[in-house]
Every structure is written in structure tokens, then in C-alpha cells.
Design a protein around this ligand. Sequence first.
Ligand code: ATP
Ligand code: MG
Length: 243
Amino acid sequence: MIEFQGVSKWFGALKVIKNISATVDKGTTIVLCGPSGSGKSTLVRTVNRLEPIQEGTITVGGTDIHAKSVNVNTLRTGIGFVFQQFNLFPHLSVVDNVMLPLRRLRQQSRKEALPTALLMLERVGLADKANSLPADISGGQSQRVAIARSLILKPEVLILDEPTSALDPEMVGEVLKLLRQLSGEGITMMCVTHEMGFAREVADRIWFLKSGELTFDAKPELFFSSETHPDVRGFLSAIQKNH
Ligand SMILES: Nc1ncnc2c1ncn2[C@@H]1O[C@H](COP(=O)(O)OP(=O)(O)OP(=O)(O)O)[C@@H](O)[C@H]1O
Ligand SMILES: [Mg+2]
């Protein structure tokens, strides 16, 4: 579904993604982890062209997405993106936030978009919050609204950059539960997260980035085993200490 071939990226003189080649199979879930500043956000942002690349190619469903001929709006219709800070519009109700992609990218009227948006809210368990404003719902609920919005165009790929790290601990579970559900429904998912329980349970493969290099790409069984990469072992014990 997604293929990185020799991908490198610089910010000015700083090389932040270093010759990454890897594949994400259709319907699988990849968890990306690694130290702060290792390039996780930058890498996932290249997949829907929030960041340009200087070397290599990235194909999604066979299309070279950084080719000039690719329309960014069309590309983003097929790739949902969820940010750490939900980025909901504060002046719009929950249901109006969810229907925005239908209105902006499919030119639907509010009336046309409403049934789809309500169905999507039901799916994330928030039908009763449709008319609330973002300020009046919890962080976990806000992130579920953001996920509903990212799914409304039925993307084949869903990318999430630390979807739970801005949440209070008691809200993390409800968001992970939703992601677990989605992962089981066949969407192709790339998720940056340090939730190692989630990674162990849901990821088909875990990618470990270090200073812009993909130093380890393994199934969870190997990733968490004693045979793992030494860098991963150090990283895991650091996480454990923080907890
Ligand atoms: N817009 C930018 N301009 C210049 N440098 C940037 C920019 N965005 C990121 N960087 C640099 O690129 C490198 C990778 O950053 P990135 O945000 O991808 O890391 P990360 O792995 O997501 O870190 P974190 O775990 O803290 O979110 C870092 O050295 C960072 O300082
Ligand atoms: Mg990041």
C-alpha cells in the first residue's frame, strides 16, 4: 500500500530522514517509535505531502505521491491524518467539524453531509455530542471527533501522530480502543506512539527510528524479545523508567 524507496529529507543543512526504504502492506498497522527528534513526525508527514522530500520516492497504492502531477486534495482524500492536538474548529459544533471534508472536498451541502457525519459520530460512540462545541467535550472525546473527521471520506490509509500523548491518562484508553477497532477493520494505518501495550497488541510491524534512520523494522514478538536491537532495548527501558 505504501512504499518508501531511498527516501531522504533535509531541513536546510540538517538531514532528518536518511535513506529510508520500507513497505507497509495493505490492511496492516505500523507503529513508529523512537527518541524525540528522530524524525517520526517528519516521516509520516511526507506520506500526505505535508513535507516535501529531496531524495527517493514514496508510492501510495502505486502512485508516486510527490510527483508534480498528483493533486494534493485528491491525495489527502485517500489518506486521513490525525494530529496530537486534535485541531478541531472551536466555533463549529462537533458534527459540523466531522462533516467539513465532505463540504470542502466533496462540495456537499450541510443537509447532504449531515447523515454521513452523524453515522460517523455514532461509530466513534459520540452521537449524543453532535451539537456540542469542542470546548464542552473532553480531550478523549475531541480526539475521537478528530478521528471521525479523518475517516469521513473513507480513506484507505490513516496516519496518526501521537494521537494520545496530549490526553490525560484516563482518556488514553478510549482512543486506543477505537484505533484497535479500526485496525481490525482493514484500514492501513501508520501510528506514531509510545504506547507500547498498544504496539504489542495491535501493530503488525514496529518501526524504530534513530536520528532519521529506520534502524529496526520487526514484528512485535521480535521487537519486545531479548533478541531485539540494542537501541530498542535502551529505548524500552527508558520508557519504562518514565512510567
Ligand atoms: N519545520 C522544521 N524546520 C526545521 N527543522 C525541523 C522542522 N521540523 C522538524 N525539524 C527537525 O527535524 C528533526 C526531526 O523532527 P521530528 O519532529 O520529525 O521528530 P520526532 O521523532 O517526531 O520527535 P518527537 O518525538 O519529539 O515528536 C528534529 O531534529 C527537528 O528539530
Ligand atoms: Mg513528533
